[in-house]
Design a protein around this ligand. Structure first.
Ligand SMILES: Cc1ncc(COP(=O)(O)O)c(C=O)c1O
Length: 370
């Protein structure tokens, strides 16, 4: 095998984001056993910090082993049994992925769609919830494929009032926007470490309400995934400390360090930092001919989706992204699904939500385009 020699990148795509040296150093610490009392102390601290970040008292709050998609699967395999009804809000690729996961479980999926770049309508979700009377209602808080920030409270309230469990995807919002899982009435939510937490990919912070955990205990069929079965996972992350699978120790060291940094900074300042950077980026892109896909009120700060000027579409947007990467070491994301070729997705997540990142990108774009 050749020696690893990696280029330096400024990662301004939809994730992963750049990892702070403090996190890299934390991950390089000596290995501990996953039953070592010192490691278990760190795991406890991580769980407590995640509760604060999610805005929840849920005892079942944990870093799942796996990326954000593992978090999505964990919510669905635990809460759904074959034949159960679920209403899913589809505002982009990740709502679409929810439908795929729920269908594989054998659930009856009702989709409520909205055009790319727009939010789900409260009324359309309410109509579907009333018509279907689902066991679960699921939607995405920060739709990374379109840059939309979905208002949560009204849909969650309607779902709860109808007796449904509410699943929310917070992959791109955790650590960049304030979350209030308990106040919003969310039963299960998951995130990922490689977005606004600026850790390497590999863990999915997740939290489950006591009624969601109870529901898992009342299932008539076993959870289809042994690895993601909450009952079994609870044996390790709860008080019993029973072996289930080997915890990814180094990744949890990294997460612990990131969470320390988030708490040192405070979510108020961190939220403001993301908002300022998102705003500055849009302001700088407008004169270059880019137009935001999403109206200002529902625009994500940490993932800015912009329609491309005709000149870039004509000359090939992928070629320009490649030039940014090769010549300047800057990564930006292209469009996904139906938006491929027509938008860019520019991430300012966690460590990358800095005006220096914004200015670096704008500088090279001005140089390339004018
Ligand atoms: C909103 C959203 N949900 C789910 C996922 C899936 O996460 P992962 O790629 O970490 O499995 C992503 C990844 O970008 C995402 O942005």
């Amino acid at each position: 095998m050749s020696q690893t020699s990696l280029p330096r990148r400024l990662l301004l795509g939809p994730g992963p984001s750049n990892v702070h040296p403090r996190v890299r150093a934390a991950m390089a610490q000596p290995m501990l056993g996953h039953m070592d009392p010192r490691f278990l102390e760190i795991l406890d601290e991580v769980q407590a910090s995640l509760r604060r970040l999610f805005g929840t008292q849920n005892p079942m709050t944990l870093p799942l082993s796996g990326t954000g998609s593992a978090g999505m699967e964990a919510c669905f395999v635990n809460l759904l049994e074959a034949g159960d009804r679920i209403v899913i809000g589809v505002a982009g690729v990740f709502g679409e992925r929810m439908c795929e996961v729920a269908t594989r479980i054998g659930a009856q999926v009702t989709r409520v769609e909205t055009p790319p770049g727009t939010i789900l309508s409260d009324a359309a979700m309410a109509e579907a919830i009333e018509r279907v009377s689902p066991r679960v209602v699921a939607f995405v808080h920060a739709e990374t494929s379109t840059g939309v920030c979905q208002p949560v409270e009204a849909i969650a309230r309607t779902a709860r009032d109808a007796g449904a469990f509410v699943v929310l995807d917070c992959v791109t919002s955790l650590g960049g926007l304030p979350l209030a899982v308990d106040r919003w009435g969310i039963d299960a939510t998951y995130s990922a470490t490689q977005k606004c937490l600026s850790c390497p990919p590999g863990l999915s912070p997740a939290t489950f309400s006591p009624r969601a955990v109870e529901r898992v205990g009342e299932r008539t069929t076993p959870v289809q995934s042994w690895y993601l079965d909450l009952d079994l996972l609870g044996g390790y992350v709860g008080n019993e400390r029973r072996y289930h699978h080997t915890a990814p120790v180094s990744a949890i060291f990294g997460l612990a360090e990131t969470l320390r940094m988030v708490e040192e900074e405070g979510m108020e300042i961190r939220t403001k930092r993301h908002a300022e950077c998102g705003h500055a980026l849009v302001e700088g892109l407008l004169p270059l001919g880019f137009t935001p896909l999403v109206e200002a009120a529902h625009r994500l700060p940490m993932l800015v989706a912009v329609s491309l000027p005709d000149s870039i579409r004509r000359s090939g947007e992928a070629a320009l992204r490649r030039r940014l990467l090769d010549s300047y070491g800057i990564e930006v994301g292209g469009g996904l699904g139906s938006l491929a070729g027509s938008i860019w997705r520019i991430g300012l997540m966690g460590e990358n939500a800095r005006l220096t990142s914004v200015e670096s990108l704008l500088h090279v774009l001005r140089r390339e385009l004018t």
